[in-house]
Write a protein that binds this ligand. Structure first.
Ligand code: CDP
Length: 795
């Protein structure tokens, strides 16, 4: 039997092993924060601001205190006496835990109540009387930088306007020269609207401070429990070893569960004050209105073009609306996430990006919703600009991309903004996609349909994106270097337990990490239990977001397995009574090179590690690996959508979607396909229906599932999936990340398709979501349609 077949048998690399975690999930046996009940537990509810910008004149909590069952009412003033009214954010800013001076966005936390049950706590919140003095409201970057704009962050000593940062990257002079040499310049202005990761499970925590042991245990919805433990230690001055963060099963995260929210902090303080466990479970409106939004970036982009289709240079300016606090997690060196990963798959000599970030009276935003920092925006802008440029040149959009792709023999390649990409077959991916969709036939069909008044369109989105931060030289969060870890203990009977610093939220780590160990050690995957999310029992890691788990923690799993194998080899030599140099390895077995029939299994080595180890060898078979990747991984994807737009109503339907993903070696093809389908569904949702915005008073429009739509199986199109495999040259098993690729690359495919259907109308852009009324407006009035707030809510 070949090694590949043996591997599939034991559930190793390439096996479409069913997800082991689904055994409990489909039986309703998952254990989420809200399922946990501790003896003597109290319940916390939060009072939120109805106004987006207002001075707090007074807060009267007397009626709330008088309600039977109320144990604690906290206000900002009380938090301030403990120096906890403000907390640091993951981007070196500060964020109010409870408002003291003024509220800065609708939904901001103003007070909280702890009571015997959540209903009493909610009633008591309603009994708190807050007097506000309304202030002028800012809901977009233009208003934020306008002369005379009200100062949102007057709490900060050196903040005299609403600008958070100005940042630039690239070579301005070289880019100016490229534009001077261009035959023509293609321009596009866009807004990538706010969206919300909207996990089905909202945020929540149970803080349990035990005075007798001085230990604080917090069950919480966190994608990065170790980062939270370090942050709590730094803010609370509790010793780090006396803090235990447990992230149990998570009902999705998508970036929403990376930041530290005031609710977590207040439940911790309440538990310390009351010496009882305190549970806080956010409701859906609370989640949509106040926790980490994503995107909300404006772009002005220009491409310098030669008439033959060569891109000579790119200029981008982005304005990012971060809301009232700059609180998204991002590497400290890159102010606007990794926006400058744009155009990495194209061979462009010169590029320059300027970026400004501003405060507005909106909930803190900019979290990486299923993406690496700002990569989703970067790829959307890139692919929308590429299509507009192809149209401007009158060139076929596929051919235009092919002409500008980095070629297969050009790696390693320095991208226009300075990243180093190391592998890819971009042209091949595109070709597989075009073949699958039947490109030439569709173009003919489209022309025929046009003659009969039907509007068909085809949209392509091709992109490579950086997944897997670190390396630690360049990537850190709050100074914490971005690496990850795995700890593997093989028991004497050959069964094993693996623990990592990552935290699955539905991605299937319990299944796929075991497959990596199976590949490295030849043990059946079912013999390996995977655990994550408990800081007392897992090695330090930066957590799961930005599809970094496979590139970093997954690599650590391979490396720790290799350490185990190295020790097992010594044991095998001892058992076989030969020197280590005479030992060979095949999947799951060591044998003597000169007599291959004489060998020992990895399980026999495990038994000997506890019962018959060589003299002088430390007993046991256990190790830990911390993995600091040499580079990011660069998966590539080609997404193609075809649509039909109804010219009478503006309604558009998806006809077909083809996805070609190259994420290197696939650990579990079925899990990978699930990731791609989920990502495409989120992409389709953002492109077509998800609408969460603000009116002129800063009221959040779309803060419930009546307005902010999640696509069901009914609306979701079918997907045709294909693959290309270019192993990552530096990852121990050749894998690249995949979790977010389709969310990142997908939106442009849908929007490009609709814009292609509208080609010739003079419309260059409709902002997402492409709601039928926006498409209708573009079709009938023949102008671009902006989705930027404020939106009208009074008619
Ligand atoms: O960090 P996150 O888990 O969200 O993303 P990921 O590292 O891209 O992995 C998502 C899921 O796909 C995990 O279960 C991975 O093990 C799996 N995967 C895979 O089977 N093969 C790959 N080449 C990449 C990911």
């Amino acid at each position: 039997m070949t090694q590949a077949k043996d591997e599939i048998k034991i559930g190793g690399l390439g096996a479409s092993r069913k997800r082991v975690e689904d055994n409990r999930f489909i039986r309703g046996k998952g254990r989420y924060v809200d399922d946990i009940v501790l003896p003597g537990m109290l319940h916390m509810e939060i009072l939120r601001s109805p106004l987006a910008h207002a001075r707090i004149v007074s807060i009267d909590t007397s009626k709330a205190w008088a309600i039977p069952g109320v144990r604690l009412v906290l206000t900002g003033e009380m938090m301030a006496t403990r120096n906890l009214a403000w907390m640091p954010t993951l981007s070196y800013d500060t964020q109010a835990v409870l408002a003291t001076d003024k509220v800065r966005f609708q939904g901001q936390e103003v007070a909280c109540v702890v009571a015997d049950d959540p209903y009493i706590a909610k009633d008591a919140c309603e009994a708190i009387v807050v007097e506000y003095e309304a202030l002028p409201v800012i809901v977009n970057p233009t208003q934020a930088v306008a002369q005379g704009a009200p100062l949102i962050r007057d709490d900060k000593d050196n903040q005299h306007d609403n600008v958070i940062y100005n940042w630039e990257v690239g070579d301005k002079e070289a880019t100016d020269r490229a534009f001077a040499q261009a035959d023509r310049v293609s321009k596009l202005e866009l807004h990538y609207p706010r969206s919300h990761p909207s996990p089905i499970e909202c945020c929540g925590s149970i803080a349990d401070f035990d005075r007798s042991t001085s230990k604080l245990t917090v069950y919480m919805t966190s994608q990065a429990p170790h980062v939270i433990r370090a942050a709590v230690a730094l803010v609370s001055e509790l010793p780090e070893h006396m803090i235990r963060i447990i992230s149990p099963d998570l009902g999705g995260g998508f970036g929403n569960k990376v930041p530290i929210y005031p609710g977590y902090v207040m439940s911790i303080l309440a538990s310390i004050l009351l010496e009882r466990p305190v549970k806080w479970i956010e409701d859906k409106t609370g989640n949509l209105i106040s926790t980490g939004f994503a995107r909300d970036v404006y772009l002005k982009g220009e491409l310098a073009l030669r008439n033959d289709g060569k891109i000579l240079g790119v200029r981008m300016h982005t304005d990012a609306d971060h809301g009232a606090f700059f609180s998204d997690a991002q590497p400290s060196k890159f102010k606007i996430g990794l926006m400058h990963s744009a155009f990495s798959c194209y061979d462009i000599p010169a590029a320059h990006l300027t970026a400004q970030g501003v405060y507005t009276n909106k909930a803190p935003g900019g979290v990486a919703y299923r993406c690496s920092f700002r990569v989703t925006e970067a790829m959307y802008f890139q692919e929308r600009m590429v299509q507009a440029a192809a149209d401007d040149l009158g060139m076929d959009q596929a051919e235009f991309r092919r002409r500008n792709f980095v070629r297969d023999d050009d790696f390693p390649h320095r991208t226009p903004f300075g990243f180093l990409t190391d592998s890819g077959q971009y042209g091949k991916c595109l070709d597989v996609g075009l073949e699958a969709i039947g490109y030439a036939d569709f173009l003919r069909e489209k022309e025929e349909a046009k003659k009969r008044g039907r509007l068909l369109g085809i949209g392509i989105s091709t992109m490579t994106e950086p997944l897997g931060a670190g390396n630690s030289r360049e990537y850190d969060i709050l100074g914490m270097k971005m690496f990850d870890s795995a700890q593997l203990r093989v028991h004497m009977t050959g069964k094993a337990i693996l623990r990592t610093g990552a935290k699955t939220q539905g991605q299937g780590h319990e299944t796929t990490w075991a497959q990596i160990v199976a590949h490295e050690l030849g043990m059946p995957a079912e013999d390996i239990l995977v655990e994550e999310g408990d800081t007392d029992n897992t090695p330090f890691g930066l957590g799961t977001y930005a599809s970094r788990s496979t590139p970093v923690a997954g690599a650590a799993v391979a490396m720790v397995s290799r350490k185990i194998r190295a020790k097992a080899r010594k044991i095998a030599a001892h058992l076989l009574e030969v020197s280590e140099e005479d030992i060979e390895w095949e999947l799951g077995r060591f044998y003597i090179r000169s007599s291959p029939e004489r060998g020992v299994s990895i399980q026999e080595c495990a038994m000997a590690a506890y019962s018959n180890m060589p003299d002088g060898m430390e007993p046991g078979l256990e190790n830990v690996a911390y993995y600091d990747p040499p580079n990011l991984t660069w998966p590539f994807a080609c997404y193609i959508a075809t649509v039909e737009v109804d010219p009478v109503t503006g309604v558009w339907d998806v006809l077909r979607v083809v996805a070609v993903d190259d994420c290197g070696v696939r650990i579990n093809p079925m899990v990978v396909e699930g990731q791609i389908m989920g990502g495409l569904t989120e992409a389709y949702a953002m492109a077509s229906m998800q609408f969460i915005t603000f009116d002129a008073q800063g009221n959040c429009v779309g803060s419930n599932y009546m307005d902010y739509l999640l696509p069901t199986a009914w609306e979701t199109p079918g997907y045709e999936l294909h693959e290309v495999v270019t192993p990552c040259p530096h990852h121990p098993i050749g894998a690249k990340g995949i979790g977010e690729c389709a969310t990142v690359g997908g939106p442009a495919a849908f929007v490009n398709a609709v814009m292609d259907a509208l080609k010739g109308t003079g419309v260059r852009n409709i902002d997402m979501p492409l709601l039928p009324d926006r498409v209708y407006e573009a079709l009938t009035k023949r102008h671009d349609v902006s989705g930027a707030p404020p939106v009208k809510t009074d008619d």
